[in-house]
Design a protein around this ligand. Structure first.
Ligand SMILES: Cc1ncc(COP(=O)(O)O)c(C=O)c1O
Length: 229
């Protein structure tokens, strides 16, 4: 619901309240994956928090702290906690205790807050770079980029297919993900769009270079990169 991966869309608070009413009315459970919620300086209210009797709120350390710290958290209604514990037992048995110890220490001593703030700074500093290079009207793209997000969603100009573009970008040394990778089931049609990761490049200069490569590709004819034999 917040900074959706890959589209970067966030559901506004009023819509969340309407959805909460619908879930209550129809006695539905809600699983809310909020791994990117921390990217907003002021968090949006969680849908699960509006439905304490049926909301399961999920988060993890991999986005806010570090990708290698593999620890998930779930806040569940009291009456369902035994089911969460049972599901965990038959899947992973337990959270890795050493990782849990590190995460707990980082939460307590402020390291976690500092790491999360660094991610927010990266998003704030890099989104304008993406907008300047890939949002140029002359490219014919449509850029969806929430300034707080670590992803961007780019609708390609007429003529480019997303898979062709991703392959051409790969050949030019830049990895992007075509929309089809996110469509479930994969037999459904997907838009001609790609997802860009804003935070992955080790330095802003590398991101800038990669974006210029993409802009260069976008201003060429797709056919020039494909030869069908
Ligand atoms: C929206 C969303 N939820 C969950 C995950 C997975 O999180 P974790 O790294 O904790 O497994 C991802 C990973 O990309 C994600 O984008």
């Amino acid at each position: 619901l917040t900074l959706h991966n890959p589209t970067t869309i966030s559901m506004p608070e009023a819509r969340r309240r309407e959805l909460a009413e619908v879930c209550r009315h129809h006695d539905l459970a809600v699983l809310e994956d909020d791994v990117y919620g921390f990217l907003n300086e002021t968090p949006l209210p969680a849908l699960a928090g509006m439905l304490p009797e049926r909301g399961f709120y999920l988060s993890s350390t991999s986005k806010a702290f570090a990708p290698g710290l593999r620890l998930g958290y779930v806040h569940a209604p009291m009456r369902d906690i035994h089911r969460v514990v049972a599901a965990m037992r038959i899947s992973t048995f337990m959270a890795p205790p050493l990782m849990a110890a590190i995460a707990s220490q980082w939460i307590r001593n402020g390291t976690g807050d500092r790491l999360a703030a660094e991610k927010r700074q990266v998003a704030a500093a890099r989104n304008p770079i993406v907008r300047d290079i890939l949002g140029a009207p002359s490219l014919g793209t449509e850029l969806h980029a929430n300034p707080a997000s670590l992803h961007c969603w780019l609708t390609l100009p007429e003529g480019w297919r997303a898979d062709e573009f991703a392959a051409a970008a790969q050949r030019a040394g830049v990895g992007v993900t075509p929309a089809a990778a996110f469509v479930v089931p994969s037999s459904l049609p997907s838009p001609e769009a790609i997802r860009l990761c804003v935070g992955t490049a080790a330095a802003p200069a590398i991101l800038t270079q990669a974006l210029r490569t993409l802009a260069g590709l976008l201003s060429t004819t797709p056919g020039a990169y494909l030869s069908v034999v």
